[in-house]
Design a protein around this ligand. Structure first.
Ligand code: CDP
Ligand code: CDP
Length: 225
């Protein structure tokens, strides 16, 4: 029975992964799992504990003692760390600019992948991140790799910030996105890369609904096979 499948969505920062993943999950009544939120949650704790982000051992110990839960609520997905709601805090500038240093450690990734695979155990899941199609769900029936020019992605984040009520520097946002993409693509363990069997969608001039429709079409044709 192919009706309940796994959908993996990967790509660089601000390509539209989480926005589109949520829409696709809702349309299909699937669960949505934001794996970036898990790396962000650990990074938040590491910063609070003033850990050296280049040193893997204390980070591993921290992760071992940290529960990370993704909870669906009417206001969207909540992220709970040791039962405390950190949904807003994990999006802070300091977490955003540190998370790739935490996510580069092989044993941290191994533990995160293990937890993510448990969360996705039942089919009927949309999961987004950097290594979902390549490592977390290599058997996912549908794999999508979303890209867009860095100018467009910086503009999207800029507009998102403006909507939230704070002004940001477009050029600086662009540099931060480029830096994070570079770290994520060049790390040794599970770098950001398109799975060979993933479908690449360039979203630069597509609307959110366009992208969601393309993915839903792909899902429909996979389920018919
Ligand atoms: O939403 P945004 O593109 O800003 O990033 P995110 O999906 O929240 O991911 C934050 C960071 O976590 C990424 O830049 C990666 O360093 C790391 N990450 C990862 O290494 N593997 C994943 N599967 C998901 C995120
Ligand atoms: O999860 P990821 O970092 O890949 O991106 P996101 O947080 O889902 O999306 C970044 C921003 O781009 C959001 O404000 C979206 O509304 C916007 N956007 C998009 O996601 N897709 C488009 N085709 C156009 C805009």
């Amino acid at each position: 029975n192919k009706s309940a499948i796994a959908i993996a969505i990967d790509g660089p920062a601000a390509a539209g992964k989480s926005t589109v993943a949520k829409i696709v999950a809702e349309k299909l009544s699937y669960i949505y799992i934001d794996t970036g939120a898990m790396y962000r949650a650990l990074t938040l704790k590491a910063i609070e504990n003033k850990l050296d982000l280049d040193n893997e051992e204390p980070l591993i110990e921290l992760l071992t003692n940290t529960t990370i839960e993704l909870e669906q609520s009417e206001n969207g997905q909540l992220v709970l760390v040791n039962s405390i709601d950190v949904t807003a805090e994990i999006r802070s500038q300091s977490v955003t600019n540190s998370v790739s240093y935490v996510a580069k450690h092989p044993r941290i990734r191994k533990e995160m992948v293990k937890r993510q695979q448990i969360l996705a155990d039942k089919r009927g899941v949309v999961m987004d991140g950097r290594d979902i199609g390549t490592h977390v769900l290599p058997d996912a029936e549908v794999k999508i790799f979303l890209i867009a020019t860095v100018e467009e992605r910086a503009k999207r984040r800029y507009e998102e910030n403006t909507k939230k009520g704070f002004h940001s520097n477009l050029e600086k946002l662009k540099e931060e996105i480029e830096q994070r993409d570079l770290l994520d693509s060049q790390r040794e363990t599970a770098p950001l890369i398109k799975a060979t069997d993933a479908i690449e969608i360039d979203t630069t001039s597509l609307s959110i609904q366009d992208v969601a429709q393309l993915i839903l079409k792909e899902v429909a044709s996979t389920r018919k096979e």
